[in-house]
Ligand binder design. Sequence first.
Ligand SMILES: Cc1cc2nc3c(=O)[nH]c(=O)nc-3n(C[C@H](O)[C@H](O)[C@H](O)COP(=O)(O)OP(=O)(O)OC[C@H]3O[C@@H](n4cnc5c(N)ncnc54)[C@H](O)[C@@H]3O)c2cc1C
Length: 374
Amino acid sequence: MPTQSPALRVVVIGGGIFGVSSALQLARRGADVTLVTEGSFAAGASGRSLSWLNSSRRRSLPYHHLRMAGIDRYRTLAARHPGLPWLRFDGGLTWDAEDGTNEIAAAYAYERSLGYDSTWLQADEIAAATPGVDPRTVTSPGAIFNPGEGWVDLPSLIRHLLPAFEAHGGHMVAEAGPARVETANGRVTGVVAAEAGRFEADAVLVAAGPATPKLVAGNGITIPDATPVSLLLETEPVETQLRAVLNTPRVAMRPTPRGTLVLDSAWSEEEVVTRPDGSHEVRQSTLDGLLAEASKVLAGNPALRLARYGVGPKPIPLDGEPVFGAVAGIAGYHVAFSHSGATLGLIAGELLAEEIVTGAPHPMLAPFRAARFG
Ligand SMILES: Cc1cc2nc3c(=O)[nH]c(=O)nc-3n(C[C@H](O)[C@H](O)[C@H](O)COP(=O)(O)OP(=O)(O)OC[C@H]3O[C@@H](n4cnc5c(N)ncnc54)[C@H](O)[C@@H]3O)c2cc1C
């Protein structure tokens, strides 16, 4: 009788989009997967993300290609489930400040050179391309409209993926407390979670969001990061025609499945105060200021009221590029740590799972190994 080799035991640490997406793809490929997360699912950056699906402006070409593959997988998901209220491809509109930093002309030329779908519009042409914007706030060089961009609500996506993970035999362990990776003789042996105990593993994927650099440092792995504190506001439901993701000098925003808007910006993030104990203080003036900036760019300038906000670290590697895949020197040890985790969420899970199960490095992930940091 032919003997069947036992399934590869993989423990995934982190219940954000990278962990959940990878766990599902691993289970689909026949691995015996345990997904362990400290608190509830989507409790980290994935629960307070703008989640603009894009590859706009300039970055390395391998990163651009990975992002385009990421958008492709969302398009497939949208085609398989028409009408999902939490995944939309209504485009992105962006303009820059009215000063010497304005890069709209150069960004447009670069995007066109890559074949990225990009249209350069003057203020009075915007309404015909995408509704809901007050053209008076668009600066004189005009705006770029990218019709192929979109947005996803990550908590909804995670809720969509988890039942499929369970249906493929995956084990979910929420409220596990902080987990760490155990190694012996140059390979991973298991994961120990403070509240949930020990799980044997042939392979481990650390996808702990902003906590990843600290967690892997416990195993002697260096991932330098430039993780800032971020702030995402959600409004009460608002009457607006806005469909696109907006990126403007003073505010970025998108619609949500709840009829609300979510907003963030660089300046409001910088105003968050981090106390010595690591907790964050958000000033009322910052919240009011961001709501006012959002109102200015919306047609009709509706009054916006705050429903809730999320504050916390936004995972960003030091050089801005993703960190994906096997770690040199410890067999079976894999990581996923990146900004733009919304855009990359589905493709990263797919390629990481393929690598873990087959052992064959994927060429699209080759530029993004942790080993580049030495
Ligand atoms: C304000 C903001 C705006 C953003 N805008 C965009 C955008 O427009 N487009 C885009 O593509 N991306 C955007 N991003 C980035 C994107 O949201 C993130 O890259 C992505 O959500 C990260 O997912 P993750 O799975 O790596 O981490 P997380 O979602 O943080 O998940 C990690 C999970 O691991 C758990 N955990 C941590 N430590 C441990 C431990 N020791 N043991 C067990 N569990 C642990 C946490 O509780 C958490 O649930 C934005 C992010 C923020 C915050």
